[in-house]
Design a protein around this ligand. Structure first.
Ligand code: UD1
Length: 347
């Protein structure tokens, strides 16, 4: 008689799992052997990425439509599933909008995370918070390490990232048995190589790569490059563009570290970047080259609030998480274009 094994898989909740980062993380988690429940209020996305995730994984993924500001609903979900870890993505993320509507950002981003923390404390769930390099603000000490001092936030959005990091740090400090990791993303770009999931901004994109791909697709007329008079080699800003699949894999490493009890401290922070600065102009040129097309662009005035340059020192994540960015900028920009062509309505 064949022996039967009951393998108990660790269960992970991905809040905001129908979005750009959440969908890629779900795929990597499931492929690494985790059981995943996706929850999303669908306020900033449609079902495209959810459907894509199900197609990549070849099965219908558990999905709960819910708002993380609803404390009762969050409690109920945690009680039902007893998650081993939660990855919290459910938040508003438009920097400019947050300046005009700070209350919307504070109310949503802080309330939802407090509810996640409260439920995690009660049910002993490990917490992974999706933070951002925006917490480093404008700094000239580059590259930034996790020990680099955070600068005052330049937007309510950035402020919510700093505050949520502090909520997590303090909760872990106060409540025995709690563990948390904050991952500070640099500039996530690209799409899954299958072109079944990717970035789907609503309206006019704020971020560089979706604006580039939409311009190439004819959805936007012309890309504006914000400033060519910065003190860099070609005068444009420099960023650390991190491939979305690489970024997603960092989450698997972090979740594994928490669940397997391998953390060195109960609260840890990791930069998730490549460590390689790339200028806006360099990125535009690489996009044109690898996809063999010409982009309509013009140089315009600087965008208020942009920092000249920021890139990560990813040594801590490399050594402690055993994670490293692997995909080339060329492959990432090919994937971004493939995805855009898939989602652009035929003319
Ligand atoms: C912003 C946020 C960051 C967030 C990231 C991804 C801040 C200060 N930045 O980063 O927290 O994680 O988005 O959502 O909070 N650019 C153009 N033309 C465009 C768009 C952008 O030239 O149409 C330039 C910008 O001036 C900048 C670079 O491209 O130099 C990258 O911009 P963007 O993609 O918006 O990301 P960040 O502002 O770096």
């Amino acid at each position: 008689m064949a022996l039967q094994y009951n393998i108990i898989m660790s269960k992970v909740l991905v809040s905001g799992g129908a979005g750009f980062i959440g969908s890629h993380v779900t795929v990597e988690l499931v492929q690494a052997g985790y059981e995943v429940v996706i929850a999303d209020n669908m306020s900033n996305c449609d079902l495209t990425n959810y459907n894509g995730v199900c197609r990549i994984l070849g099965r219908k993924m558990p999905f709960v439509k819910m708002d993380f500001c609803d404390a009762k609903a969050v409690h109920k979900l945690f009680k039902k599933h007893r998650f081993d870890a939660v990855i919290h993505f459910a938040a508003y993320k438009a920097v400019g909008e947050s300046v005009g509507e700070p209350d919307k950002y504070y109310l949503n981003n802080l309330t939802s995370f407090l509810n996640v923390l409260e439920a995690s404390r009660e049910f002993g769930t490990n917490v992974l918070f999706s933070s951002s390099a925006t917490v480093y603000g404008d700094t000239d000490k580059l590259p930034v390490t996790e020990a680099s001092e955070r600068q005052p936030a330049t937007s309510p959005y950035g402020n919510t990232k700093q505050m949520c990091e502090d909520f997590l740090r303090d909760a872990v400090r106060a409540y025995q048995g709690m563990h948390g990791i904050a991952l500070r993303y640099f500039n996530p770009i690209g799409a899954h190589p299958s072109a079944l999931i990717g970035e789907l901004p609503r309206g006019v994109p704020n971020n560089l790569v979706p604006f580039i791909t939409q311009t190439a697709a004819g959805v936007r007329e012309c890309l504006s490059i914000f400033g060519d008079d910065y003190p860099t080699e070609d005068g444009t800003c420099k960023r650390d563009f991190i491939d979305i699949v690489d970024l997603a894999k960092a989450h698997v490493c972090a979740v594994r570290r928490m669940i397997d009890g391998r953390m060195k401290e109960n609260y840890e922070i990791f930069n998730v970047g490549t460590g390689r600065p790339v200028s806006v102009m360099e990125l535009v040129n690489t996009f044109q080259k690898v996809n063999n097309l010409k982009l309509n662009y013009k140089i315009v005035a600087r965008r208020p609030g942009d920092v000249v340059a920021i890139w990560a020192d990813p040594t801590k994540a490399n050594e402690e998480l055993g994670w490293k960015a692997e995909r080339s900028l060329e492959d990432t920009l090919r994937a971004a274009w493939l995805w855009q062509q898939k989602v652009t309505p035929a003319k």
